[in-house]
Design a protein around this ligand. Sequence first.
Ligand code: DX5
Ligand code: ZN
Length: 229
Amino acid sequence: MADFLIAPSILSADFARLGEEVDNVLAAGADVVHFDVMDNHYVPNLTVGPLVCEALRKHGVTAPIDVHLMVKPVDRLVVDFAAAGASYISFHPEASEHVDRTIALIREHGCRPGLVLNPATPLNYLDHTLGKLDLVLVMSVNPGFGGQAFIPESLEKVRAIRERITAAGLQTRVEVDGGIKVANIRDVATAGADMFVAGSAIFGSGDYAATIAAMRKELAAAAGGAAAA
Ligand code: DX5
Ligand code: ZN
């Protein structure tokens, strides 16, 4: 029975009321806070840094914070986000000169490392890294903005990554980020994902609890289908 994690992306939250928004979405049943960090260099958008992560911890957020670094270079911010209370730290391999070193740096600082694969990034980045990762984050949109449409080819990629993880006997999580909605989350789970980022689908809905409950219902159906198969 898969243990599915729902990770709302704060990118679509009301930043003027961020602490309250995060409290509300966690009270509504979310498991993890997905924290999108953009630098106007690796991606053409600019969001928030370690100060805001630390502010959420000071506000009283105890849930895991899943930091998705869309920045180049990466390493300096790993250290800052670890100190700011990050739980997971994921980065894009194209943005680091030394991918293995960055993974080790995340682990050394007490966080769980993840590698992020863009829609056109090949799986060979996992060849020598998979055993060192807690998370593979599959981008199902091109990074930089919330509210984009899910790229359907991502499902095949999720399947291939899950096969590799299973074949290697690992417990690595497969997280999918971009365009996830109640209508497609079941297919993403069936393909092998167990961690789901959703920004606009949750924060753009009037009722966070109802949307998360509807997602859980779809996930339970995916788990039931897998059990029956
Ligand atoms: C995109 C970000 C995503 C984004 C997802 O670069 O990494 O986390 O906020 O937003 P939705 O769910 O609206 O596609
Ligand atoms: Zn993200």
